[in-house]
Design a protein around this ligand. Sequence first.
Ligand SMILES: Nc1ncnc2c1ncn2[C@@H]1O[C@H](COP(=O)(O)OP(=O)(O)OP(=O)(O)O)[C@@H](O)[C@H]1O
Ligand SMILES: [Mg+2]
Length: 155
Amino acid sequence: MCAGPEPPPSPATRTVATAGPQQTEALGAELAGGLRPGDVVLISGELGSGKTTLVRGAARALGVTDPVTSPTFSIGHRYRGDRVTVSHLDLYRLAGLHDEDPALLADYLGDGRIAFVEWPEAGRSQLPGVRVRVTLAHAGGDRRKVTLSGEEAAG
Ligand SMILES: Nc1ncnc2c1ncn2[C@@H]1O[C@H](COP(=O)(O)OP(=O)(O)OP(=O)(O)O)[C@@H](O)[C@H]1O
Ligand SMILES: [Mg+2]
């Protein structure tokens, strides 16, 4: 009548509280340290929860010196990092569309690139190589709850 130990949750997740944008940037930088070229990071969360802020910290850590801003007139930006191209996609405006042209995303993904994707739901079927999923949530004032899943596979 012994059920044995609980299996570990899969994939492993950890939740971190941040108290301001700099802490969220620092978490992005920490995350970036475990990524490899070809990796895709999905970043979900409400409006203003800090998705772009986290990407900014990650991009800085990967050697991007250009300002990292939200893509507005296109689905993404590509930045030159130290050893990789850093892609920053925001699929918010694709929400609800189906069967988007895969070539639309292909420019941002694949060898030599690390891609961070905000509002990934619309492109999920066309995002191979997902290594880490991040979810941010408002937690009052400048506090955010950040959940990272799959990080153990990156690094
Ligand atoms: N702990 C925190 N972490 C991240 N951002 C914070 C935090 N506290 C306050 N902020 C502020 O919240 C805002 C987050 O904006 P950001 O563009 O990163 O959000 P977003 O999730 O990308 O929004 P959108 O859904 O519009 O793309 C910034 O103005 C930032 O300074
Ligand atoms: Mg954003």
